[in-house]
Design a protein around this ligand. Structure first.
Ligand code: PLP
Length: 405
């Protein structure tokens, strides 16, 4: 029942709005009066096809996606995109510059956390003769040289000339590092350092911040992608916003020597067939559509930007209070902290276990940090309400005012 639900601060899959879940439960039995449930109805039915069109136009409208970009519904998660962006963008580079030697093709990666690191590793696996250039590795700037704890300052980046792609992860879910959406902030993405080219090969992983606030310079991106499972719906759906010049004939590129691209990873397959070359994740698309409809009723990304700004401000404020008392320690330098995932440690022997146990008792769940970083991680995705955020803030304040002996 709804009453039995706890507050879920989990990193993903994560909380979904209760009214959406209630609606989705009805759709599982009977989708839009068809008498057939959403998990049972043909994806080729006119009802589902119309629904899918609606999901696409909601995303286009809410994020302001220009007509130069297509919206594709894919599978394979963010991890699938680690591979897809490399294969499609190397194919594009091959078609644009067939005369280059493989060793002259470069892919630039910006490393700010474990997800961009994993993406760069996958690029290395699939590069063929092309090279991966680490444009900056934020760890080298940390005090021990090992920790992803900041967005690098603009002078630290070294981009290549005419790379096949430039990759960054907008929000690093594990360490809680996020680019600022304020272009005047030193922690913003250094768009001004890139060639002012309308066909910039810029790729952004927005898996854990999609739809939480507007996307800066969306139109300058070649590809923006996100798994649905944090801010939008169930896992299984991956959304990609792809500029049309990056939807290339991968077979023509293969004839020129590029690595062949599996049909299910080629953007063109999906663009040509309205995202349905094969069976799409119907249920995930359905719930995503319900979430988007609700978002639009609430005021779209502008509403979420304001809400999410307030939520993170409250949590960082109490974190700073805990730091001043020497009881908490944030993982990330000020200015680089994520709005979506806030990571910190509770100082003192056994204090963290006590913190987590107290949280559990209050029905505040999913707060344990990622195994690679440890500590506490509070994920504040769109479905976490301000009132739920207040509850965890209140708990932390209580904890730091009466620390365990
Ligand atoms: N990128 C980011 C920023 C993520 O947070 C995640 C997963 O949490 C991934 C990529 C991988 O996504 P998936 O699990 O959908 O493959």
């Amino acid at each position: 029942s709804a009453e039995s639900r706890v507050v879920n601060f989990g990193p993903g899959p994560s909380a979904l709005p209760l009214p959406v879940l209630e609606e989705a439960a009805k759709g599982l039995i009977n989708f839009q009066g068809t008498g057939i449930g959403i998990a049972e109805i043909s994806h080729r039915s006119k009802e589902f096809s119309a629904y899918l069109d609606g999901v696409e136009s909601q995303i286009r409208e809410q994020l302001g996606v220009p007509p130069t970009h297509s919206i594709l519904f894919l599978q394979g998660g963010g991890t699938g995109q680690f591979s897809a962006v490399v294969l499609n963008m190397l194919a594009r580079h091959r078609l644009l510059h067939p005369e280059l030697e493989d060793s002259e093709r470069v892919m630039d990666y910006v490393l700010t956390g474990s997800w961009s690191k994993a993406a760069a590793q996958e690029a290395g696996r699939l590069a063929g003769g092309a090279r991966v250039n680490i444009a900056v590795d934020a760890r080298t700037l940390s005090s021990g040289g090992k920790s992803f704890d900041r967005i690098p300052p603009h002078e630290a980046y070294a981009f290549s000339k005419d790379p096949a792609l430039i990759y960054y992860c907008e929000n690093e879910t594990v360490s809680g590092v996020q680019f600022s959406n304020d272009e005047s902030a030193p922690e913003s993405f250094p768009f001004h350092l890139l060639p002012q080219d309308t066909l910039l090969p810029l790729v952004g992983d927005y898996s854990s911040s999609f739809m939480s606030r507007p996307i800066p310079r969306l139109a300058d991106h070649a590809i923006i992608y996100a798994g649905a499972q944090k801010n939008l719906g169930p896992a299984g759906l991956t959304i990609a916003i792809v500029r049309q010049d990056c939807i290339v004939d991968v077979d023509a590129a293969a004839k020129l020597g590029a690595v062949p691209v599996p049909t299910t990873l080629a953007y063109k397959t999906f663009a040509d067939q309205k995202s349905m070359p094969n069976t799409p994740p119907v249920f995930a698309l359905y719930v995503t559509g319900l979430v988007l409809k609700r978002n639009s009723e609430l005021g779209g990304v502008a509403y979420y930007e304001a809400l999410n700004r307030r939520k993170q401000e409250k949590v960082y404020k109490v974190l700073r209070e805990g730091e001043a008392k020497g009881l908490l320690k944030g993982h990330v330098r000020q200015g680089s902290g994520s709005w979506m995932n806030i990571v910190f440690v509770v100082l003192g022997d056994g204090a963290e276990a006590l913190f987590l146990a107290g949280a559990e008792e209050r029905g505040l769940k999913g707060l344990k940090g990622h195994r690679s970083v440890g500590g506490i991680r509070i994920s504040l995705y769109n479905a976490v309400t301000e009132e739920e955020t207040d509850r965890v803030v209140e708990y932390i304040r209580e904890f730091i005012n009466q620390p365990p002996a």
